[in-house]
Design a protein around this ligand. Sequence first.
Ligand code: MN
Ligand code: MN
Length: 469
Amino acid sequence: MEEKEKTTGQQLREALLNQKKNGWDVVDEATEKAAFDYCEGYKTFLDKGKTERDCVDYAVELAEAAGFVPFERGMELQPGMKVYRVNRGRAINLAVMGSAPLDQGVSISASHIDSPRLDLKPTPLYEDSELAFLKTHYYGGIRKYQWVTIPLELRGVVAMKDGSIVHVSVGSHPGDPLFTIDDLLPHLGAEQSKKPLGEAIPAESLNILVGSRPLKDDEGKDRVKLAVMKLLYDHYGIREPDFISAEIEAVPAFNAVDIGFDRTLIGAYGQDDRVCGYAGLKALLDLEGVPVRTAVCVLADKEEIGSEGVSGMQSAFFETFIGDLCASQKVPLRVCLEKSFCLSTDVTAAFDPNFADVYEKNNSARVNYGVGLCKYTGSRGKGGASDAGAEAVAYIRRLLDDRGVLWQMAELGATDKGGGGTVACYMANRNIDTLDAGVPVLSMHSPFEVTSKLDCYMTYAACKAIYEG
Ligand code: MN
Ligand code: MN
């Protein structure tokens, strides 16, 4: 429509109001194609990386193929050099050295690659009524009823006393058996159905069914358990006590798929927060030339249980990594950090019309409206939030608008309906300006989370914008 044909009202609306638009009405065909292509790589990342360790292994594989090398302390670093450092197999930091010295700060994208799941207990294997089960302890915020009667696979490591590591993966290869947790039949579930949703499946009933054949020609007890243990010993060389020093996770056994007749959505386990982890990683790998500021991608562990521990975002591993970069240029770490900027890339809740009453329509992220920026997360009166400064939000508004990255503002649900946290506060506590941003998700923390391909791609574009400054 020509400018002169617009009514005064139309002109005023365009000039004055925040007019949100569906991304598919805005992007051109080339961007649509780029988004669909990008998501093929993302789905592969999800299928390979169903645990934080798997994500790290695959990230290293991709990074080395893109020319990254392990960062050794004392290494001389030239602009354009690409380095990475793995934290105990469960987290990774990567950097592309910029042309500016590190006293100008670094540009960071920080996300997490741990996801809610069921961990095996240290003494997991038992037999009851001639069925063998594995006891689990849930990790992160799960809705327990969602984890019964779905196919599960096991992935993880057993650290042996002799220092060797046994990798366990059952269910991800074609022809593998799968596992499951049983639930009551409706015929006998009348009492269970009267319970509140959160109490219907007690945590101690989340026991994984792993076998049913008793050991032949044996009169002793627990013959099914013993037969299962023998299979594990024959295949992996592990004995029951070795579970004590193991990290084995039960995760959904289905792979990432397209959702919808139009294939615009992705359904998969672990999208919180591998959707942002992949965006930050891929954007770093795709950087062309030498960025001005050093670009840093952080893939952290343990966010789902408070970012605690040696592999979480609160760990000094991050300072050690940046400090070692700074030492190569004799720049004090604190000088680098105070000039740095961090996009804390983590998912947010997408407005769900089926549960509209927990959202506030004007301030919730919408599927297909682009990467969601969260000035604050937390709960109640912004408790636990980093609450980015207005100036930090303005910087990102300008950066993303200048590059045509589709974005929207996001709040995780209506005020006082709940809330959530991210790694943002731990970055901000280090004197780094930090803003939360990420992909809106439907069914977050469920075994099958849903995102929009366009939003995934725009989060990648936002990470690239941060790195390129
Ligand atoms: Mn998250
Ligand atoms: Mn989460």
